[in-house]
Design a protein around this ligand. Structure first.
Ligand code: 5GP
Length: 191
């Protein structure tokens, strides 16, 4: 069991609807030493990948991505949820269905911050059905940039996102892959 799996078992809780709550250390209160360990681990796993930018999505990806960026020594760009693209200028846009809120958000990245010269590591906290990742991949490729890799903190392996993204040929590194979750017993197992 690795450091993140142990933390999930010790402090995470399983909610109905296939939701894992990790707000003690990842989604509300942030444990910076844990985030540093995650950043170090992604750097190790992607040491041979070319990365000059990290892309994530607001809100919960931002903290994780910023700490990871210290290890890659690159800037972070986050896709913003936007109701009014008019004030944002020239943007790349994708529609992303939120797994936890069941709403569709329009997310945007300014064309000033992503382009054909970029080699992008996409970082996010969770991978469930893969909607958030699909949106970030779409924006990266529309910009003519390369997806060098994808780093996820917690993949829920019993949902379809991980298989879909790997089948599309992307290099996906999840630090913890949850195999099953039981809301009644409050336990989960890892792959
Ligand atoms: P997907 O787009 O892959 O279906 O879901 C990924 C997004 O939904 C993540 O950015 C994350 O914010 C949220 N999410 C998905 N599953 C969970 C979960 O079990 N717990 C929490 N806290 N967030 C989740």
């Amino acid at each position: 069991m690795n450091f993140l799996e142990k933390r999930i078992l010790d402090e995470g809780s399983v909610l109905p609807g296939n939701v894992l709550k990790v707000d003690k250390f990842l989604n509300h209160q942030l444990d910076i030493s844990l985030l540093k360990q995650m950043g170090e681990e992604w750097k190790k796993r992607f040491q041979d990948a070319e990365v000059n930018k990290i892309l994530t999505i607001e809100a919960s990806g931002i903290g994780i991505a910023c700490i990871a960026a210290e290890y890659f020594d690159v800037p972070v760009v986050f896709a913003k949820k936007s109701k009014s693209i008019n004030i944002e200028g020239d943007v790349y846009m994708a529609e992303v269905e939120s797994f936890t809120h069941k709403t569709v958000n329009r997310v945007i990245v300014s064309k000033r911050f992503l382009g054909p010269e970029d080699k992008v590591l996409i970082i996010d906290d969770f991978l469930a059905n893969g909607c958030a990742l699909k949106g970030l991949i779409q924006i990266t490729e529309e910009a003519g940039a390369k997806v060098s890799g994808i780093g996820i903190a917690i993949e829920k392996g019993f949902q379809q996102g991980g298989k879909m993204i790997r089948d599309m040929g992307y290099r996906l590194e999840s630090l913890a892959i949850v195999e099953s979750m039981d809301p009644e017993k409050g336990v989960c197992t890892f792959r």
